[in-house]
Design a protein around this ligand. Structure first.
Ligand SMILES: Cc1cc2nc3c(=O)[nH]c(=O)nc-3n(C[C@H](O)[C@H](O)[C@H](O)COP(=O)(O)O)c2cc1C
Length: 189
């Protein structure tokens, strides 16, 4: 299995890092990583991670400016793409097919090849423009998983909240993440 992970410049770069860490638990998954300049900036602002530490988790790392990378072509077969976090600029680019960098081109390719694209849009509050673009992205085939808080499974740390979001995303690709705690009715606890 091959998955493209795009990390863009919305707040929450740590979610992209945690996603790559989670995918390490699936040796059958080859990861292709793209980090935008905005994301690199946010890793600096929001975490103590170096970009080298983030890149080390991926099997293949692509330069966001390299539109000649393999993932720029539909003939390179992948199982889809996760954009986590997904900035409003990147949502707009995906929804409109404005493929000016490799992250946007890779998403564009996945959509034209009918491959799954999961976006994790992060902004607050959302303007009507943001909402329109997110809806358009959904209309054109993206699965939208916003990083929303979860309250039903004792997710009482930021780490557990992120694990829950990651579990939800990976289920879209048929992957069961160990740290994911699904909802369980009282009778089954
Ligand atoms: C500290 C910081 C936090 C940001 N947070 C967000 C955010 O939560 N959502 C968003 O859409 N953009 C956010 N931005 C703005 C994006 O980084 C900016 O629009 C950038 O051009 C996105 O480009 P990219 O999607 O190619 O990474 C943030 C920027 C900085 C510096």
């Amino acid at each position: 299995m091959r998955l493209i992970v795009g990390i863009s410049g919305a707040s929450g770069a740590i979610m992209g890092y945690e996603m790559l860490k989670a995918l390490k638990e699936f040796p059958e998954v080859e990861t292709h990583l793209i980090i935008t300049e905005g994301a690199a900036e946010n890793f600096r602002y929001e975490t103590s991670l170096t970009i080298g530490e983030v890149k080390a988790l991926a099997d293949v790392v692509h330069d966001n400016h390299n539109l000649g990378a393999v993932i720029s072509s539909g003939s390179f077969v992948t199982d889809g793409m996760i954009v986590i976090p997904c900035s409003m600029k990147t949502v707009a680019g995906i929804a409109s097919g404005f493929a000016t960098n490799l992250l946007l081109r890779a998403a564009d390719v996945c959509l034209k090849e009918n491959r799954r694209v999961v976006i994790v849009p992060r902004e607050m509050p959302l303007s009507r423009i943001h909402l329109r673009n997110i809806k358009e992205a959904a209309d054109y085939g993206c699965t939208v998983i916003p990083p929303m808080l979860t309250f039903y499974n004792n997710a009482d740390t930021v780490e557990k909240q992120i694990q829950h979001i990651i579990g939800k995303i990976l289920r879209q690709f048929g992957l069961e993440y160990k740290a994911f705690v699904p909802w369980q009715p009282e009778t089954e606890r």
